[in-house]
Design a protein around this ligand. Structure first.
Ligand SMILES: [Zn+2]
Ligand SMILES: [Zn+2]
Length: 678
């Protein structure tokens, strides 16, 4: 159908209405119930408008509003007082979207959860993956049996383009909040943020249960918690690998697993029907796909007992075979450290703690000095020293300022920023004015990291900038040696683990839905029956009855993610997010009109402020027409009205202007009418 027809003819409304009822987003009453929502940019507006009056060029039609510079602008005062009274600026921002052809909309909340009350689990063992099963990140799984709840991991996730301005997303913990009294433990498998990041925000909400974890993880959690002064003081129970203890009425055994960070623990919860096992993030130390003795022993011991349920990581299910053993990477990086002439810069993830330690040791072995660039890497090294897992000589790591005391041949810089992150140490080094490190063409840069999907462009930019300095770059794609290896087991390792533990039931976790599906198919190819596998969504309520039957309940625990937006944590931010999305797509268009409350006539030509929409100076004709429409809309609608219904006028203004702008530009900026009755 022709777009313009949809707008202009009477059928348009019908067409859109139909779409509204079919649009899954609108089933939640959103965004089409926006009419009644108060508008949400209002807090920020006065400042912004004031800020804009300072730059004359961008608001050519504004300066004449207050000819007397010493007097506060009557417009601003009016906006301010209107806001205080909450009258004139309560504009229905998206009213226009009811009548406009819809663009594909991002869904902010993905699906309607079935929030019927969830009956008690009774004698069943209940498992709810609260996060990490529809994404890579924000891992959290809950296990409930009779009077006890044990939570495993408390991660956060980084956001994608769907949630502009949001810092992090957290698992939804409502189910736990309603049952805080039953929570006996928060078990944290290891110190990565996708397993610990939610702790400062979530622990207070769920009754601050004791955190069971290994030493390094505890130190990392404590360090981060100290940056949140209002978060509760945490209670730690430090466990060791192979330690077994009683939590509530349940016996829990920890076991050591191989990952990219030391002190990673797997968890085995004993139930009368067999063990529930999750190794958290794991890979296998191996040689030619034959796992080393430690791995063999750990999993054989577990395999001797009955595994009722296995829940495992699906991150690398798409990669065939076994992953590159980390020891090869350590070996090859040590060789580079030994042989490279000139200064060496190695960029890697600060979370790859095992590798950082090995590289510093390699430097020490050939009497090279190490400079650390990047706050998270410095922090992590400090924590490792405290934990006693990094025992470097005192003068191996030196401050950047002392670098010039040594020939470049003896300097290795360890840096964050292998993903081309804008503000990371490595990116800053490519700028000429970075004081800590000035790159020279005798430097060699090693990028010891894979490129996380989505970061390709940033990494390319980084490489270009490094190349402009004439630097030699070693990246794993250009290299015969092993410069990086994943922290997660590949398909071959995953299959090996299934074969070792021979679980009766299986729930794939940690990954996007597709990865979980592949993982389930792998389990079936290894002989597991389909009805012994549950592929969960966040919030799925899964139960094991009498140790014999796997049930996925119809009811779901609340699962829409919590958003961390600056200091605020909440799940009610759809309105704000939607506005941000519209602003980021098509900008905003503010109309300020002074209307004579007696006559309904405009006092003067209306002011227009726009941001991110079109460049006003080059669109004078559009502005002129917009002003005419504003004037006509206001004066036609006020004619005969006394007193004037400002809300009605604003609705009409929003409609007419939004439609006009869409026709002229094919863009839908947020239209904000401000009418001043004078
Ligand atoms: Zn991890
Ligand atoms: Zn992880």
């Amino acid at each position: 159908m022709d777009k313009d027809k949809k707008i202009n003819n009477a059928g348009a409304t019908r067409f859109i209405r139909k779409e509204v009822t079919e649009n899954p987003v609108s089933k939640e009453g959103f965004p089409h119930k926006r009419r009644s929502q108060p508008f949400t940019v209002e807090v920020a507006m006065p400042e912004k408008i004031q800020g804009r009056t300072a730059s004359k060029s961008s608001t050519p039609h504004y300066s004449h509003v207050h000819p007397d510079a010493n007097k506060p602008s009557p417009v601003l005062e009016a906006i301010q007082s209107a806001k205080e009274k909450d009258v004139h600026t309560r504009a229905p921002l998206h009213k226009s979207s009811n009548r406009m052809p819809h663009r594909p909309q991002h869904q902010l909340t993905r699906k309607v959860d079935d929030l019927r009350p969830i009956p008690s689990a009774g004698e069943n063992i209940r498992i709810i993956p609260l996060g990490g099963v529809e994404e890579v990140g924000k891992n959290m799984t809950m296990i409930e049996y009779k009077d006890d709840i044990i939570v495993i991991d408390c991660g956060f996730g980084f956001t994608d383009g769907d949630t502009p301005g949001i810092d992090y997303i957290l698992p939804n913990t409502k189910y736990l909040e309603e049952r805080k009294d039953k929570i006996r433990a928060m078990i944290v498998t290891h110190g990565h943020l996708d397993h610990t990041g939610g702790i400062p925000y979530i622990m207070g909400r769920i009754g601050n249960p004791p955190i069971y974890t290994r030493n390094l993880t505890a130190l990392m959690i404590k360090k981060r918690q100290s940056e949140f002064p209002t978060a509760p003081e945490l209670v730690f129970k430090i466990v060791d690998k192979n330690e077994e203890l009683t939590i509530g009425n349940l016996k829990v055994k920890f076991f050591g697993v191989t990952h990219s960070i030391p002190d990673t623990a797997g968890v085995c919860i004993r139930t009368p029907f067999g063990n529930i096992i999750t190794p958290g993030d794991y890979k296998l130390a191996h040689e030619n796909e034959i796992p080393e003795e430690d791995e063999e022993k750990t999993y054989s011991d577990l395999g001797k007992e009955k595994t009722l349920l296995l829940m495992t990581d699906s991150t690398n299910i798409e990669n065939p075979g076994f992953s590159t053993p980390e020891k090869y990477v350590h070996r090859d990086l040590a060789e580079i450290v030994r042989t490279v002439k000139g200064r060496l810069i190695i960029a890697m993830f600060s979370s790859h703690i095992s590798r950082i330690i090995k590289v510093v040791e390699a430097c020490e072995n050939v009497n090279k000095k190490v400079v650390i660039e990047g706050r998270s890497m410095k922090n992590n090294i400090e924590i490792c020293k405290e934990a006693g897992i990094a025992n470097f000589k005192k003068d191996t790591i030196i401050p950047a300022a002392e670098m010039h005391n040594y020939p470049p041949d003896r300097i290795v810089i360890l840096s964050t920023g292998g993903q081309g992150e804008e503000f990371s140490a490595l990116s800053r080094m490519t700028a000429k004015n970075y004081k800590n490190v000035q790159l020279t063409e005798n430097d060699t840069v090693v990028l010891s990291a894979s490129i996380i999907p989505g970061n390709e462009k940033a990494v390319q930019k980084l490489k270009d900038n490094l190349a402009r300095h004439g630097i030699k770059i070693l990246h794993y794609r250009t290299s015969e040696v092993f410069l990086h290896s994943t922290g997660h087991g590949n398909r071959g390792e995953i299959a090996w683990l299934h074969n070792k533990l021979k679980p009766k039931f299986f729930i794939p976790i940690h990954g996007n839905h597709y990865m979980l599906r592949l993982h389930a198919e792998l389990a079936m190819s290894l002989g597991m029956a389909k009805d012994h596998i549950a592929v969960p969504d966040n919030g799925s309520v899964i139960e094991i009855e009498n140790g014999e039957k796997l049930i996925v309940r119809k009811e779901k625990a609340p699962a829409s993610p919590l958003m961390v937006d600056g200091f605020a944590v909440g799940d009610m931010q759809e309105v704000v997010l939607r506005d941000r999305q519209l602003l980021s797509e098509d900008g905003m268009f503010v109309i300020i009109a002074s209307v004579n409350s007696q006559t309904g006539k405009l006092k003067k030509s209306p002011d227009i402020i726009s941001r991110g929409f079109v460049y006003l100076r080059e669109n004078q004709e559009l502005l002129r027409q917009a002003r005419n429409i504003i004037k006509k809309t206001i004066e036609d609608n006020t004619a005969g009205q006394h007193p004037i219904n400002f809300d009605f006028i604003k609705d009409a203004l929003t409609d007419n202007i939004a439609r006009f702008l869409f026709q002229k530009t094919n863009k839908r900026p947020i239209v904000i009418p401000v009418i001043l009755g004078v």
